[in-house]
Design a protein around this ligand. Structure first.
Ligand code: AMP
Length: 247
């Protein structure tokens, strides 16, 4: 299954994606992480997009669509992607659908984490990320300690765009762009809303239940198709043998 995890900055998309990965055989693709790694490696693209990201604006569709195409076209990622931070505009949503079609795939569900503005601000201001294991923590709500984090403290960093000024801009951008995307997936009956203000474990419990149901349903469909194909060829095969016995 492929899924989209949707919501404003600080909704917990990355945190929940990490949890999903540890229980389901899926792979997270975060356009934010991909773009930040371009900046970190000081590539030509990285130099171009650094100020855009630090201002909390969106990078051009062409840039992100190209990054996403590379990931979807990789056969190791077939039908096992969690899209985190993509699509972020309706044109990206159209593009995603086209790309998935091209590679014989589709979206199984869009999980929309709904979070209040004041919660977003607290979460983003307290966020720290381990640049070694990529786990996400929050110094107020989910601080790293020897039990939940094995890497050295020196790997914990704050994102340069995680500050009070940029977060407001990022939140406003989200509000302006999200409605048509949510309407689009709602019409397709793929949208499921989750209260993202709750604790991490409570949110994950809900997500886990939803994904287990989808996974079970996929197994049932697979089994049905398998049996249908094999039983019909078995029945048809014996029927032809009866009609035309071999000598
Ligand atoms: P995130 O890590 O998802 O919070 O993204 C951090 C920043 O990367 C955003 O504020 C944007 O500047 C940029 N970005 C991430 N994903 C996208 C996207 N799908 N389209 C455009 N810009 C993006």
């Amino acid at each position: 299954m492929n899924l989209i995890i949707f919501g404003p900055p600080g909704a917990g998309k990355g945190t929940q994606s990490n949890n999903i990965i540890s229980n389901f055989n899926l792979k997270q693709v975060s356009t934010g992480d991909l773009l930040r790694s371009e900046i970190k490696n000081q590539t030509d693209l990285g130099k171009k997009i650094e100020s855009i990201i630090n201002n909390g604006e969106l990078v051009s569709d062409d840039v992100v669509n190209t990054l996403i195409r590379k990931i979807i076209s990789d056969s190791n990622n077939f039908n096992r992607l969690i899209f985190d931070g993509y699509p972020r505009s309706i044109s990206q949503a159209y593009r995603l659908e086209k790309l998935l079609k091209e590679f014989n795939q589709k979206i199984s569900i869009v999980l929309n984490l709904k979070v209040d503005k004041d919660v977003v601000s607290k979460r983003v201001n307290g966020r720290v990320i381990c640049i070694k294991c990529f786990r996400i923590f929050n110094v107020y709500l989910n601080p790293p300690n020897s039990k939940n984090h094995k890497c050295e403290k020196k790997y914990l960093e704050k994102r340069t765009d995680d500050n009070s000024k940029t977060v407001l801009n990022r939140y406003e951008t989200y509000v302006a762009k999200s409605k048509p995307i949510l309407d689009y997936y709602n019409k397709k009956e793929l949208l499921l809303e989750i209260d993202g203000n709750q604790k991490i474990v409570e949110i994950y419990d809900k997500i886990k239940g939803i994904l287990e149901n989808i996974r079970d349903w996929h197994y049932v469909c697979f089994l049905y198709k398998f049996l249908w194909k094999n039983l019909t060829s078995l029945i048809y095969g014996s029927y032809s043998r009866y009609q035309y016995p071999s000598r």
